[in-house]
Design a protein around this ligand. Structure first.
Ligand code: CO
Length: 171
């Protein structure tokens, strides 16, 4: 069990584009376990490597409901192959932006391809919260945060709120 420290906005690691993973070795398996342990410890539904300061294209997610068994997916080098025109919206939050949640619209259904820990290709279709989470985590690998989806005025309001709350945290 290795619970790591989750970086907070505006740490530079969260704003960088992460690199494609080429080596499917023991180090990658260790990183994936750290991500899973840290995500569950923080009660999150998803966590991407840049949030631990590692700019590699891997994230984990588990959007199973409380009355379901854990269903953790380890997602490496993800790509969205198709997305629906229909949008879905969820109140999103992020472990790297504590205390802020905002309604965000994204494509409702996505078809994706990614690699597993052995480098094998996996295809999947996601809907609902799973789809939102996949897109939110993929954004992290491109240095993008959910607040970047807000309209410009709204984004300024949210950023001011974040500045205030981080000041309070230091007091
Ligand atoms: Co996030």
């Amino acid at each position: 069990m290795a619970v790591k420290k989750i970086l907070h906005y505006p740490n530079p690691s969260l704003l960088k584009t992460s690199l494609e993973i080429e080596k499917f070795d023991e180090n990658l398996a260790i990183l994936s376990r750290d991500l899973v342990d840290t995500m569950y410890d923080a009660d999150g539904v998803g966590l991407a490597a840049p949030q631990l300061g590692i700019n590699k294209r891997i994230f984990v997610m588990d959007c199973s409901r409380e009355d379901e068994e854990n269903d953790c997916r380890i997602v490496i080098n993800p790509k969205i192959e198709h997305q629906s025109k229909e949008l879905g919206s969820y109140k999103e939050g992020c472990l790297s932006i504590p205390g802020i949640t905002e309604e965000i619209s994204r494509p409702k259904i996505i078809q994706v391809v990614y690699q597993d820990l052995n480098g094998g290709f996996q295809r999947a279709s996601y809907d609902g919260l799973w789809s939102t989470c996949f897109q939110h985590e993929l954004d992290h690998l491109n240095g993008k945060l959910f607040i970047d989806h807000l309209r410009p005025m709204k984004k300024i309001l949210v950023k001011n709120k974040m500045k205030k709350s981080s000041k309070k945290g230091r007091e």
